[in-house]
Design a protein around this ligand. Structure first.
Ligand code: ADP
Length: 449
């Protein structure tokens, strides 16, 4: 096992990695930007290094500064968290060339899955169901029209290098296609420095369901059940739950098996997620693979009892995955609400000073947050200030616990998304578990404040 790990991240996920390291007796090194001088991850790490000014391009994305921090402190491994450098194959190669172990899959796997057009191809060859679409990237309009005609409208034009819901265009008729390709290409060029796009069938009423996997360096791979992530706004997840209220146990097994197939096809080692779209008729299709720990990993931990971050560290240090598929037994139901520093009605960011913070507790409640009373949320990074997770014997108990937890959270000084979550938790469609990725759009039209 490692003796010292550097955490190349901030906020709640940096704390989450510190928790796992402490449980394993590993010393930690925090890196922080000038805007994060008073951040909790700095306080709880054994050592800390300032890596630059506030903008992430100069700090949390600053590869030379992070590698130097690891070298100066004698860390042996780097945990990237999510976002920032977590899916950057070049960073992995640089770290490895400096004899630093990357807590995640190989650079080759990350590069292959980071190119979504390529990922589709790999999955198709492995026998994982993929949405009808183009064979690889599409650069000219004639090919695009041919593909669209073959698969039928509507289609979605997506950036090969896409992420964070950017670089996607839905196309409902042929005359919109040329424009959509041009806009997606230029958006992708600006956002990712790569204008390549591909086309796939657009499902009008799907659920977003993803499967957590773990694989090791010895070729073992298992899945840890699914997470329902259909409650999204602008392709950003808001509430997640495990298991999905939509799956039967046989569908769960089929989807889980497909996820393990995907893991094996990519020689996957470490924690990862296979995202699927589930159509109205029960068929499901591979959408993309996330080669890192995800924000919503905690609800899988609640229903499986498996510490995913601990396993990430153990696998990276060369341990064998001793968990077998039969050891994974889902217990009860878990829900997560992402608490953002934003106005619950307008979604405008609301950074600033948290005057008072009293997190909720009680049976079945877990809080992953780096917020505290007196902490100033910087305007520079993403707006999530924490995650409230609950676990109950069934979905109904989990919902009741979430209502109780959110209504007993004291977070004063800034606006948060808590009032929005409470409205969603009272919504009849949500309570019935009958929703798709269109839920938020319809909900925002019917909600009254
Ligand atoms: P990103 O990596 O940018 O998050 P994804 O490929 O994961 O992009 O897609 C984000 C969201 O966009 C999905 O959760 C889903 O709601 C929607 N989406 C993506 N592809 C399709 C599709 N083919 N049909 C319908 N919705 C889609």
């Amino acid at each position: 096992m490692f003796e010292k790990v550097l955490i190349a991240n901030r906020g709640e996920i940096a704390l989450r990695v510190i928790w796992a390291c402490r449980d394993l007796g590993i010393k930690t090194v925090a890196v922080y930007s000038e805007a994060d001088r008073y951040a909790l991850h700095r306080r709880f790490a054994d050592e800390d290094v300032c890596i630059g000014p506030a903008p992430s391009s100069q700090s949390y994305l600053n590869i030379p500064a992070i590698i130097s921090a690891a070298e100066i402190t004698g860390a042996e491994a780097i945990h990237p968290g999510y976002g920032f450098l977590s899916e950057n194959a070049h960073f992995i190669e640089v770290a490895e060339s400096c004899n630093l172990c990357f807590v995640g899959p190989s650079a080759q796997t990350v590069r292959m899955m980071g190119d979504k057009a390529q990922a589709r191809k790999v999955m198709m060859e492995a026998g994982v169901p993929v949405l009808p679409g183009s064979d690889g990237p599409v650069s000219d309009f004639e090919t695009a029209v041919k593909v669209a005609k073959k698969i039928g409208m509507p289609v979605i034009v997506k950036a090969s290098a896409g992420g964070g819901g950017r670089g996607m265009r839905i196309v409902r008729s042929e005359d919109e296609l040329e424009n959509a390709i041009a806009t997606a290409q230029s958006e992708a060029e600006i956002a990712f420095g790569n204008g390549e796009v591909y086309i796939e069938k657009y499902l009008t009423n799907p659920r977003h369901i993803e499967v957590q996997i773990l694989g090791d360096k010895f070729g073992h791979a298992i899945h840890l059940g699914e997470r329902e992530c259909s409650i999204q706004r602008r392709h950003q997840k808001i509430i997640e739950e495990a298991p999905s209220p939509a799956l039967t146990s046989s569908q769960r097994k089929t989807m889980g098996d497909a996820a393990v197939l995907a893991a094996k096809a990519t020689n996957y080692n470490n924690a990862g997620t296979i995202e699927f779209l589930l159509d109205d008729d029960g068929s499901f299709y591979f959408m993309e693979m996330n080669t890192r720990i995800q924000v919503e990993h905690g609800i899988t931990e609640l229903v499986t009892g498996v510490d995913l971050v601990k396993w990430q560290l153990m696998i990276a240090s060369g341990c064998e995955l001793t968990l077998k598929q039969k050891d994974i037994v889902l217990q009860g139901h878990a829900i997560e609400c992402r608490i953002n520093a934003e106005d619950p009605q307008s979604f405008r960011p609301s950074p600033g000073l948290i005057e008072h913070f009293h997190p909720p507790g009680g049976p079945g409640v877990r809080i992953d947050s780096a917020a505290y009373g007196g902490y100033r949320v910087p305007p520079t990074y993403d707006s999530m200030v924490g995650k409230v997770m609950v676990h109950g014997g069934d979905r109904q108990e989990a919902v009741a616990r979430m209502r109780r937890a959110l209504s007993m959270t004291v977070l004063e000084g800034i606006s948060t998304s808590i009032p929005l979550h409470l409205k969603i938790l009272d919504d009849p469609q949500f309570l019935k578990g009958e929703f798709s990725t269109r839920f938020m759009e319809d909900f925002l039209n019917r909600v009254s404040w």
